[in-house]
Write a new protein. Structure first.
Length: 343
């Protein structure tokens, strides 16, 4: 987690079961098998999911269509009611919160961005971004000032008076992001926010999200079906199948040690050098040239030219500037061509 000492959002044993009598069924059989659910005429969208998401973490939930990723996101925000389990936000059990309390939490502590921008066509950019604050009865001068701040933050300064129809898809999504940030949320839910954009704009929006995160340090739960997007953005990734979390780990862990063939299929075409770090392929400490130094967390793709140019092993240092190993040019070359060269 980004901050292992502080969990921002957690869930324990969360299920979402669809069908008549689901709650009664789950009360009598807390961990039903697929056969038992099928016999009862029920379908599980989310199956027994437990997660801890750290403060400031970009936590990606991914899987194929129908895997349960969007349903899980909605259960975590209680936009969809879990059939069983607990959801904790800053240690508070959201399952015990009243409808009025949930509204207040969503208005003041949660931001949400979805695939469809859902901008109000009759409102300008400024008024769209300020809309959540108007719902909170924030005075016009204050809400417009904060909306203007968010518009500048997402790079839309000068388009305040434009209407959604006058904006490109990428600009519309920036408005949606600015609107969700206007309430200064502590928890940010994003459900495939870039999937409707063309590849070039999608890449730009991913870069924009990382830029915003470097400034704002939000806790994000981000749903995608694109593994390249996931490894670019994620601190950790949960891969789902049939409502269950199959594997949870860093992008590097998923690429190097996929739990099964399903996870391996997601990672098969990933350029390993963009994911694998120096720590994973370094050798023991040895006499090295100090002209080049790399960090244990550096991605091989980023340091490959310098290490290969060095012509001999270079020292690898940790976050405390201590030498913890050495990285040989051949290990870098092997990683670039896709060989598994873990120490």
């Amino acid at each position: 987690m980004a901050n292992s000492e502080k969990v921002k959002l957690a869930c324990r044993g969360v299920w979402k079961v669809f069908g008549r009598g689901a709650e009664e069924f789950m009360a009598n059989e807390p961990t039903p098998s697929s056969d038992a659910l099928r016999a009862a005429g029920l379908m599980a969208g989310v199956r027994d999911v437990s997660l801890d998401i750290g403060e400031g973490e970009i936590f990606i939930v991914m899987g194929l269509s129908g895997s349960g990723k969007s349903t899980l996101l909605r259960c975590l925000s209680r936009l969809v009611e879990p059939t069983a389990g607990q959801v904790f936000f800053e240690g508070r059990d959201l399952m015990r919160a009243s409808a009025a309390e949930l509204i207040e939490i969503r208005r003041h502590k949660m931001g949400m961005v979805f695939q469809h921008f859902a901008l109000l066509p009759h409102l300008s950019v400024l008024d769209n971004v300020a809309f959540p604050l108007a719902i909170q009865n924030v005075a016009r001068p204050e809400r417009e000032a904060r909306a203007q701040e968010m518009i500048e933050l997402v790079g839309l300064g000068g388009r305040e008076t434009a209407f959604p129809r006058q904006l490109s898809g990428g600009q519309q999504q920036r408005v949606g992001i600015a609107r969700s940030l206007a309430v200064k949320p502590e928890l940010w839910f994003l459900d495939e926010p870039f999937s409707a954009l063309d590849p070039l704009i999608r890449g730009e929006m991913q870069d924009e999200l990382l830029r915003l995160q470097s400034v704002l340090k939000k806790t994000m739960i981000f749903v995608t079906h694109d593994f390249d997007e996931a490894i670019k953005l994620a601190d950790r990734i949960a891969i789902m199948k049939d409502g269950s979390v199959i594997q949870l780990g860093t992008p590097e862990q998923l690429v190097l040690d996929p739990a099964d063939h399903y996870v391996a299929a997601f990672t098969r075409n990933v350029q390993r050098a963009k994911v694998v770090t120096a720590r994973s392929v370094m050798g023991p400490i040895r006499n090295t040239s100090a002209h080049h130094i790399v960090r244990a967390t550096d991605k091989i793709a980023d340091i490959a030219p310098a290490v290969i140019e060095a012509g001999s092993p270079v020292p690898v240092i940790d976050e405390r500037e201590r030498v913890v190993g050495s990285l040989a040019p051949q290990a870098v070359i092997d990683t670039l061509i896709g060989k598994d060269v873990r120490a």
